[in-house]
Design a protein around this ligand. Structure first.
Ligand SMILES: Nc1ncnc2c1ncn2[C@@H]1O[C@H](COP(=O)(O)OP(=O)(O)OP(=O)(O)O)[C@@H](O)[C@H]1O
Length: 217
């Protein structure tokens, strides 16, 4: 369960988010849309624990972020979160399969136990035959699919995706959105998709609009 109450964030005295409320149960997958600059990525960064709010509360599975120090937030991200951000953060010195297996390694799972699910996810995003490639050998869209496979490999409780299909052609975009929705529903995870595409947003269970007055269902 993700519970957000009265969340606010200012930058240089300028309010970006004010009084955001959102409550999501396991298995719920929502899309957040809204004008450029309204604060969608800021909200995802707060939910990911990569940034701290100026006010309000964030509680995931009973755990209040306010009580967590940086180490505890890092553990929360490692154990419970999968995220695909606009910058892919694919590591250049690891192969494609190693990049996807990384979240499992960080949980102490390695060898075949990490390689097999990593390969399965790569197959699912259409990159099964590129497992041994290096990131520099991939196109932007292929790299984005690696990032999506990596975000899902450890079956996270909370999946955050910021424009995950921004670099993809329609067929691969549809495939990735379908994979995201299927994985979230099958795992009973919570999913939040930030997108400008109403077509992409329609693949979630419901669409929320963020504007200066808050989130609207
Ligand atoms: N670290 C920061 N310091 C100062 N201002 C910031 C910072 N991060 C975000 N902002 C500002 O907060 C506002 C919201 O940015 P954010 O990236 O959350 O918007 P967005 O809704 O995701 O936009 P887009 O749809 O264009 O990606 C913007 O005006 C941005 O300039």
């Amino acid at each position: 369960m993700l519970e957000i109450h009265g969340l606010s964030r200012h930058f240089n005295g300028r309010p970006v988010l004010a009084g955001i409320n959102l409550s999501l149960s396991p298995g719920e997958y929502v899309a957040i849309v809204g004008e450029s600059g309204v604060g969608k990525s800021t909200l995802l960064n707060l939910i990911a624990g990569l940034d701290r709010p100026d006010g309000g509360t964030l509680v995931l599975d009973g755990c209040d972020y306010a009580g967590l120090d940086e180490d505890a937030l890092t553990r929360l991200r490692r154990d419970k979160l999968g995220f695909v951000f606009q910058a892919f953060h694919v590591l250049p010195h690891l192969t494609v399969r190693q990049n996807v297996a990384l979240p499992l390694w960080l949980q102490g799972v390695d060898g075949d136990a990490a390689d097999a699910p990593a390969q399965q996810l790569l197959d699912a995003v259409g990159l099964g035959d590129r497992a041994g490639s290096w990131p520099r050998e991939l196109s932007g869209g292929e790299m984005q699919r690696v990032a999506i496979a990596r975000a899902l490999v450890h079956r996270p409780r909370l999946v955050l995706a910021d424009e995950p299909t921004g670099n993809l052609d329609p067929a691969n975009g549809a495939r990735v959105l379908d994979l995201l929705a299927t994985r979230i529903r099958e795992a009973g995870a919570i999913g939040i998709l930030v997108t400008h595409s109403l077509e992409a947003a329609a693949t979630a269970d419901r669409v929320l609009r963020l504007d200066a007055t808050g989130l609207h269902g």
